[in-house]
Design a protein around this ligand. Structure first.
Ligand SMILES: [Zn+2]
Length: 209
């Protein structure tokens, strides 16, 4: 908890990357003895960018129990917040983070073969099923299930490959990002016992804008 009069305050702005020295406190909480802000871009001022940062922070916190770090979550969180600060469209950075986080948690969606029969998916729109764990071929998709366009499936595959350089160069229309984001968030929410509050906030914000 930040106190405004604290000397350490300026180093602890929201979503900044800091190096901290903690002293063992009397109870469950540690005492912050020193804090230094590490170099990097800043995330501030824009509601949408801040909301995406909140999703990243909430998910990182959710998957790591107190004092039991999960391998890779720290690195991924730092990279994602940095990318979020640089990216002109915060949703792009957020989508990249969600895919890497799903992969890290062992919930990466099946994108190239049918999640049910494992046959190669043809290059056409396909239904996505979080329960099945990925896209489904025509035979396995429920009748009338909404189809995700091929362009969105291709973007998801690129993100899953981890090729951030190519991903950064892609031009992505908002409607395409809607589809990409929808797949990632439904997959994530299927595997979380509770919804992420920050993700709900993001959905609500969109619905009202
Ligand atoms: Zn199938």
């Amino acid at each position: 908890m930040r106190r405004p009069e604290s000397k350490l305050g300026p180093s602890l702005e929201l979503y900044g990357h800091v190096d901290v020295l903690l002293a063992k406190g009397r109870g469950e909480l540690d005492v912050l003895a020193q804090a230094q802000r590490l170099p990097g871009a800043r995330i501030a001022g824009e509601v949408e960018r801040m909301s995406h940062a909140a999703v990243i922070a909430e998910l990182a916190e959710r998957v790591c129990e107190d004092r039991h770090p999960v391998d890779g979550v720290y690195e991924l969180t730092v990279t994602a917040l940095d990318e979020l600060a640089r990216e002109t469209d915060p949703r792009r950075a957020s989508a990249y983070f969600l895919m890497q986080a799903l992969d890290l948690l062992g919930y990466a969606p099946q994108l190239s073969v049918c999640a049910s029969c494992e046959q190669q998916l043809p290059a056409k729109p396909a239904a996505f099923s979080p329960a099945a764990g990925g896209f489904l071929c025509d035979r396995d998709a429920p009748v009338g299930a909404p189809l995700v366009p091929v362009a969105a499936i291709k973007v998801l595959r690129l993100i899953a490959s981890g090729d951030l350089q190519t991903y950064r160069r892609l031009k992505l229309e908002p409607a395409l990002m809607d589809d990409v984001e929808h797949v990632l968030t439904t997959q994530l929410e299927h595997h979380l016992d509770r919804r992420l509050k920050s993700l709900q906030f993001l959905h609500d914000m969109r619905a009202h804008s």
